[in-house]
Write a protein that binds this ligand. Structure first.
Ligand SMILES: C[S@@+](CC[C@H](N)C(=O)[O-])C[C@H]1O[C@@H](n2cnc3c(N)ncnc32)[C@H](O)[C@@H]1O
Length: 284
């Protein structure tokens, strides 16, 4: 969409002012790890309601801990399922509070889990999100081609207790207020080919290597890249409450968006900081 040049300048100014406000407020609630150009990386706990003092975010892209006993540096990923749902409700509610009207939320979660009993994680977290105010838009199925999960058959060649496992994850797309986005710069940067491919809600691309990144559960750059280009305008503020190795912030920077990430673990904060510094010069 064509837009008057002075109008673009005004919108940019609005978001950079919000950015300054976030930095000033955050000084009292957590530690600022990196504040560089349009990227802000914060060491803090997303369960804390006062982490941000008002509605700042246009788009949230995140992959929370899945509670599948991943060995994070500090987070305990082995809660009871009820505790996990309580944890989920708190942070999803906080994110709702910190998101602008018309803001979107791309929630990357498993469809279900079978470790420690079969649980409908995708359905349960979607229900919680709607309970705290988010509205449902769609679910993208991410086929990550992870065939290593096809090992637990249950009762082999018998109907006694067979196990069915789909090697996919979900990206649940939610929003606050109205789906039609009228605020922000109104400048989209998605190509015709990307738009046509990505509005088909079956996405196929590989997962990220834990070893290459040095984090136990990173998502690939492609995931935030698609969400950012499909669901946000240039200069929007993108938020990742579980920043991990900083993937969302790297992509947001390279696609000309502001970004804010919160991560509880100092070791991962350091990793994310290095990635942002090293990878944000590259436009892929
Ligand atoms: C699935 S990983 C996110 C990975 C990220 N998407 C990436 O690409 O690297 C979840 C992250 O949440 C962090 N975490 C766990 N509990 C947290 C909390 N209460 N507040 C902020 N971060 C938390 C963990 O340390 C972990 O790095």
């Amino acid at each position: 969409m064509l837009i008057e040049e002075n109008e673009i300048e005004i919108k940019e100014e609005i978001n950079s002012k919000d950015f300054e406000l976030i930095v000033n407020n955050f000084k009292d609630t957590g530690k600022i790890i990196l504040n560089r150009k349009k990227s802000l990386l914060l060491n803090g706990d997303v369960l804390q309601e006062n982490l941000f003092d008002k509605e700042y975010f246009d788009l949230i892209i995140t992959s929370p801990p899945y509670n599948v006993d991943i060995k994070y540096n500090s987070h305990n990923d082995d809660l009871s399922y009820d505790e996990y749902l309580e944890f989920s409700e708190i942070w999803i509610k906080n994110c709702y509070k910190w998101t602008k009207n018309q803001g979107r939320f791309c929630l990357n979660i498993p469809l279900d889990k079978n470790k420690g009993g079969q649980k409908s994680v995708g359905a349960d977290l979607t229900t919680i999100a709607q309970k705290v105010g988010w509205k449902y838009h769609a679910t993208i199925i991410w086929n990550e081609g992870n065939i290593s999960r096809r090992t637990a058959w249950g009762s082999w060649l018998s109907a006694t207790a067979p196990y069915v496992i789909a090697p996919v994850e979900l990206i649940v797309v939610l929003y606050k207020g109205e789906w039609k986005k009228t605020n922000g710069s109104k400048i989209s940067d998605i190509t015709k080919k990307e738009f046509m491919e990505w509005t088909n809600g079956l996405w196929t691309f590989n997962g990220e290597s834990k070893k290459r990144i040095g984090h136990p559960a990173p998502f690939p750059l492609e995931l935030p890249y698609r969400c950012i280009k499909l669901f946000s305008f240039i200069d929007d503020i993108v938020f990742d409450p579980f920043a991990g190795s900083g993937t969302t912030l790297v992509v947001a920077n390279n696609t000309n968006r502001y970004s804010v990430g919160v991560e509880i673990d100092l070791k991962y904060c350091e990793l994310a900081k290095q990635r942002i510094l090293n990878e944000t010069a590259i436009f892929f």
